[in-house]
Design a protein. Structure first.
Ligand SMILES: *Cc1c(COP(=O)(O)O)cnc(C)c1O
Length: 263
């Protein structure tokens, strides 16, 4: 397959500034998702689009809501928490936390987040589970895996995932759904693809001997620059920010602290 990355577009997407802009961008992404599914012989209903609204202010998030968005991804819990409070009137708007989480912020997550994509250590699983029980809530979680081998990326090493997942049934408020990764940030489509292949292969292996109560169906992988390749390799959730909302001013180094190498 010849699908290319769109990382050359990075930082150049036009800002969506009206409900019509959002409808247009969402429809364009859905069309590309459908085309990628067709190439891969997949049913498009098996791919969920998770729009990522980090850095986007409230007025434009409300436009995205008016255009039909009911679940949004945020990288930082403080930012998500503030938006949740400010838009509490949108009672059917749900929040996914997709970025690294410090344990001392687990309590905030337990209050409102419905889905967490970046579980990467047992101490965090323990703290989240305790906080969720205090709130009387449960949380869908995905285990983050570092498939690119870059120091700047969070997540478990691939060979540590199986042991990790075996411990998760102890945490009854965590509903384990699958795996998440960030691919290498590169215009070399083959190397990007290998990250997605690795995640899918891991998921398939884990499915064989997943503990009772642990579902391993979801693969959260692919973003604005590479979601089509991710879909060709089995993504069930794609996390797309800039291609829907527009370019971000904040550099990615803010989210992937050591900065990303861009070969
Ligand atoms: C920001 C972000 C995305 C989306 O990136 P875009 O380039 O805006 O599509 C996906 N995943 C994570 C973890 C993010 O923080």
């Amino acid at each position: 397959m010849q699908t290319q990355t769109h990382h050359d577009q990075h930082g150049r997407y036009a800002t969506a500034g009206s409900v019509a802009d959002f409808k247009h961008n969402l429809a364009a992404i859905r069309a590309r998702i459908n085309a990628a599914c067709e190439r891969a012989g997949r049913d498009p209903s098996g791919v969920r689009l998770l729009p990522v609204s980090k850095t986007v202010p409230e007025d434009r998030i409300r436009m995205a809501y008016a255009a039909g968005c009911r679940q949004l991804g945020e990288n930082k819990v403080q930012e998500a928490y503030g938006k949740w409070e400010a838009m509490a009137d949108l009672t059917d708007l749900n929040w996914s936390l997709i970025g690294h989480l410090q344990s001392n912020k687990a309590r905030d997550v337990a209050r409102f987040v419905t889905e967490f994509h970046a579980l990467d250590r047992l101490s965090l699983a323990r703290t989240l589970d305790r906080r969720l029980q205090q709130e009387g809530r449960a949380l869908d979680v995905l285990v983050q895996v570092n498939t690119s081998g870059e120091d700047s990326k969070f997540g478990l090493a691939p060979d540590a995932v199986q042991d990790f997942v075996r411990q998760l049934p102890a945490f009854s408020s965590l509903r384990v759904r699958g795996l998440m990764t960030l691919a290498l940030f590169s215009s070399d489509a083959e190397r990007v693809r290998q990250c997605f292949v690795l995640l899918r292969t891991l998921r398939d292996q884990l499915r064989q001997d997943a503990p009772e109560g642990i579902a391993m169906d979801e693969l959260s992988m692919g973003m604005s620059g590479d979601f089509e390749i991710a879909i060709e390799e089995g993504a069930t959730i794609v996390r797309v920010g800039q291609a829907i909302f527009g370019a971000r001013a904040t550099p990615d180094a803010y989210y992937w602290p050591a900065g990303q190498k861009r070969p």
